[in-house]
Design a protein around this ligand. Structure first.
Ligand code: GLN
Length: 547
């Protein structure tokens, strides 16, 4: 029987509940336990797939094709938990299921109500993420305690604990201790109110994790313990990290958090935990021996959360190459206005991420042309790959006006086009090509060398595809389709062999990179940036000065 750990958040949003939950997952795994990870989101969208990145940040995709919250990315990067469709439910998904049952007549004439019908559905959702060998199931409740929309979820976890014997369920509440600069004081009142609110609902936290920029003094700990009804040793500090999010689990471990949880959940004793590998990884992030700079040309560049997994994958690739990867954020519209050379000169690598919609497309195409012509390592992800195909078609294969039908339905050369059948799909939610597909890699290609295997599996989220009608014409001019999904003969990877590193992929490799297991394509891209960086940067500067 799995034990359950629920993580709630108080005072404000964006406290890092996802990171904290993922860190707890890692600590428990290091104790030899098998964890499952789940997030319950109180908003009404059925999934975040239809939300703008400005609203929600990155949409994280699982192998089984669910479009989910970006916290699931943290879960996968920190733990070995199998993250899937059952790892993320929203209010919209829960109510949708209840309403479908009502229409089917499943409730046999009852009045359908939040308690018990919606809360039953939530409890079933919690259990759906638990695997047969799960020791501890960690469920994070999105939102902030006190919000109207999170009430059914909090009520459900209260019932969930009530229905089980002591020692089966523990509650962790993540809260904020604001520091008032004017009076040099760390304040506990918001935390007291937040815990009070939680207790009103009937959820009594076992552990409080306090986000703070100042150290948690003994005095503060005692005060919080007294006012919040939590033992002093269960008031845990989570201070702002110095240089990396991967410090969080070590900081929590230093305070014995996993031992505390083991006590509350009556888990078996464990020998001292070994974090030597994790520390070595952190050391490489803190003090790498070299540095490189990658320009990311993306439409949502102002928002850090929009490209979360990409930034993480670059950090992991930096660890593998003993390099700090500096990021230069470039808006494609600025390239349209001022030219690629002006904004990209000196960058040792250029990355064009995924995206939707017309804005900035020409700037991305110009960035890719600049990378191709100047021998600057290039990695294109999803839309970035599609733009690379457009650029090559126009500027190398001489197909004037080549475009994607997403942006120019009447283009004379639709080198990127709907997958047959997709043009008829009207629903926007969950109708793209989603989730894991196998990809066979061509012998001798850059991709094949990077992965070191013939077939790989990668995750997708897109509606448009490389148009096979142009495959031989483009290949004849030197654009190699080096990865193919054989099931439908779809081109998944394009590359240019006569270039230090030029790879575009239709899938999202960033979702499968971990700090200790960097993604091979990111690793090789950053390696190329480190090695070719100096030479290409010099060439690019020359290009600017002779312009
Ligand atoms: N907009 C493109 C498509 O739908 C690319 C999607 C993406 O980059 N995730 O195919």
């Amino acid at each position: 029987m799995a034990k359950h750990l629920f993580v709630t958040g108080g005072v404000v949003s964006s406290l890092g509940k996802g990171l904290t939950s993922a860190s707890i997952g890692l600590l428990l795994e290091r104790r030899g336990l098998k964890v499952s990870m789940q997030k319950l989101d109180p908003y009404l969208n059925v999934d975040p797939g239809t939300m703008s990145p400005f609203q929600h940040g990155e949409v994280y995709v699982t192998d089984d094709g669910a479009e989910t919250d970006l916290d699931l990315g943290h879960y996968e990067r920190f733990t070995n938990a199998a993250v899937a469709r059952t790892s993320n439910y929203t209010t919209g998904a829960i109510y949708g299921a209840v309403i479908r049952k009502e229409r089917r007549g499943d409730y046999l004439g009852q009045t359908v109500q939040v308690i018990p019908h919606v809360t039953d559905e939530i409890k079933a959702a919690i259990l759906s993420a638990v695997g047969p060998d799960t020791d501890v199931a960690i469920t994070e409740i999105g939102g902030t305690v006190g919000d109207i929309e999170s009430l059914p979820f909090l009520e459900a976890i209260r019932q969930f604990a009530l229905e089980r014997p002591a020692g089966e369920v523990a509650f962790i509440h993540l809260t904020l201790l604001p520091y008032l600069r004017a009076s040099h004081e760390v304040k506990t009142k918001p935390t007291q109110h937040s815990v009070g609110k939680l207790r009103e609902i009937g959820v009594i936290p076992h552990v409080l994790i306090c986000r703070t920029e100042k150290p948690l003094t003994e005095e503060l700990r005692a005060k919080i313990s007294l006012f919040c009804n939590v033992p002093k040793r269960a008031v845990v500090e989570e201070r702002d990290v110095e240089f990396s999010i991967y410090e969080v689990p070590l900081n929590l471990h230093a305070q014995g958090l996993e031992g505390l949880l083991a006590e509350f959940l009556r888990l078996p004793d464990a020998p001292a935990l070994d974090f030597a590998d994790w520390r070595a990884m952190l050391e490489r992030i803190a003090r790498p021996s070299r540095e490189t700079e990658v320009a990311i040309v993306g439409k949502y560049i102002e928002l850090n959360d929009a490209y979360k997994s990409i930034y993480e994958a670059l950090t992991h690739a930096g660890v593998a190459n003993d390099a700090r990867v500096r990021i230069r954020k470039v808006r494609p519209e600025d390239i349209e206005a001022r030219g690629a050379a002006d904004l990209l000169a000196g960058a040792a690598g250029i990355l064009v991420p995924g995206g939707f919609g017309n804005r900035g497309i020409e700037g991305k195409v110009a960035a890719i042309k600049f990378a191709r012509e100047n021998g600057i390592p290039f990695l294109g992800l999803c839309l970035g790959m599609q733009c690379a195909v457009i650029e090559f078609a126009r500027n190398v294969a001489g197909l004037a006006g080549a475009h994607s039908t997403e942006f120019e339905p009447r283009t004379p050369h639709p080198v990127i086009d709907y997958l047959p059948g997709q043009e008829k799909v009207l629903d926007r939610g969950a109708t793209m090509r989603l989730g894991a597909y196998a990809c066979r890699l061509r012998e001798g290609s850059t991709a094949r060398r990077a992965y070191g295997s013939e077939t790989v599996s990668e995750r997708h989220r897109h509606r448009f595809e490389f148009n096979n009608a142009y495959r031989s014409a483009l290949e004849a001019r030197g654009l190699v389709p080096s990865g193919v999904y054989e099931g439908q003969d779809l081109v998944e990877i394009v590359e240019i062999p006569d270039h230090p590193f030029f790879v575009g992929v239709q899938f999202h490799p960033e979702f499968k990179s971990k700090p200790m297991a960097p993604h091979p394509l990111f690793r090789e891209f950053v390696r190329a940036a480190c090695e070719g960086g100096a030479a290409t940067a010099a060439r690019a500067r020359e290009a600017v000065s002779t312009r």
